[in-house]
Design a protein around this ligand. Structure first.
Ligand SMILES: [Zn+2]
Ligand SMILES: [Zn+2]
Length: 254
C-alpha cells in the first residue's frame, strides 16, 4: 500500500509546478517567533483537477488495502466529485491543522465527515505541500526553527533521521520536509528530561525509537551514521514496522 501511495504521489508531484513563494521577511519573522508555519493556503499551487484526482486515487488505494471501509470510501469519492463542497472543506482543514493564521484553530472537518478524512487529505495534499517546502527550504530563516512541528505546513513529524554528524532531523508527516531538532527532547510535548525518554534500536542498529514517558508518544528514526545511503522515508517506514509493534507493546502511541 505504501508503495502504491508513493508511486501515485510521485506522478502527481511531477505535474505540480514549483511555486514562487516570496514571504515578506517581517511577516516570516513574526510567524517564526510565534511558532507558526510559513505556507499559507494561497501559496499552495493547487490545481483542483489534479487534486481531485489525487484524492480519488488515494481513497481507492486505501480502500483496496482495507485501510478504508466502503462507506467512508464512498463519502470521500462524493466529496471529491462535488467541487463546490471540496474546496471549502480542504481550505478549512488546512487552516485548522496548520495553525498558519493567528486566530484560526476552528473545526478541522465538517460535521458528518468520515473519520479517515484526515488521513486521506494528508496523503492527497502531500505532493502539493512538498513543492511549497521545496520552494522555501533554501531560505536561511528556516535553519533556526527549533519547534517540534513542521516550519512549512505545521504538521507533526512522523519519522526522523540521525545525520552522520549525529544531529537529529525530523521529517514532516504531511509535506516530508526536514528540520533539525534536539535529539533527546520529545517533539510532541517538549519533555527534555532524559530520564523520561526511552530509546531502543533495531537489532542491526540501523533504526531507533525515541519514546516519551510523559506524553507516551514515540518517533522512529533512521540512523544514517553507519549506513551507506540517505533516509528513504517510504522504504524506512515499512522496514520499521516491527519497531512500531515493539513500541506499542510497551504502551506507546505513534
Ligand atoms: Zn510539513
Ligand atoms: Zn512527549
Amino acid at each position: 500500500m505504501q508503495l502504491a501511495l508513493v508511486e501515485m504521489q510521485r506522478r502527481v508531484q511531477a505535474r505540480v509546478p514549483l511555486p514562487w513563494i516570496q514571504p515578506d521577511p517581517q511577516w516570516l519573522a513574526t510567524q517564526q517567533a510565534a511558532g507558526r508555519p510559513a505556507v499559507r493556503f494561497s501559496d499552495v499551487p493547487l490545481d483542483w483537477t489534479d487534486f481531485r484526482l489525487a484524492l480519488r486515487q488515494t481513497a481507492d488505494i486505501l480502500f483496496r488495502h482495507d485501510a478504508l471501509d466502503r462507506s467512508e470510501h464512498q463519502l470521500i469519492l462524493s466529496l471529491g466529485r462535488d467541487g463546490d463542497t471540496l474546496q471549502p472543506v480542504v481550505t478549512r482543514w488546512y487552516l485548522a491543522t496548520s495553525g498558519v493564521e493567528k486566530e484560526d484553530r476552528g473545526e478541522r472537518a465538517p460535521a458528518g465527515a468520515p473519520p479517515s478524512l484526515d488521513q486521506v487529505l494528508v496523503l492527497a495534499l502531500r505532493p502539493f505541500l512538498a513543492r511549497c517546502a521545496e520552494a522555501l527550504s533554501q531560505r536561511p530563516e528556516f535553519s533556526t526553527w527549533r519547534h517540534g512541528h513542521c516550519p512549512y505546513c505545521g504538521w507533526e513529524p512522523d519519522f526522523a533521521v540521525v545525520t552522520p554528524n549525529a544531529e537529529r532531523r525530523l521529517i514532516c508527516g504531511r509535506c516530508v520536509a526536514q528540520w533539525a531538532f534536539d535529539s533527546l527532547t520529545c517533539p510532541f510535548c517538549t519533555n527534555e528530561d532524559r530520564a523520561l525518554i526511552t530509546t531502543f534500536t533495531s537489532r542491526d542498529g540501523r533504526y531507533r525509537v525515541s519514546a516519551c514517558d510523559v506524553c507516551r508518544r514515540y518517533l522512529k528514526a533512521y540512523d544514517a551514521r553507519n549506513a551507506g545511503r540517505p533516509v528513504m522515508v517510504a522504504v524506512d517506514t515499512i522496514a520499521t514496522l516491527p519497531l512500531d509493534a515493539a513500541a506499542m507493546q510497551r504502551g506507546y502511541v505513534g
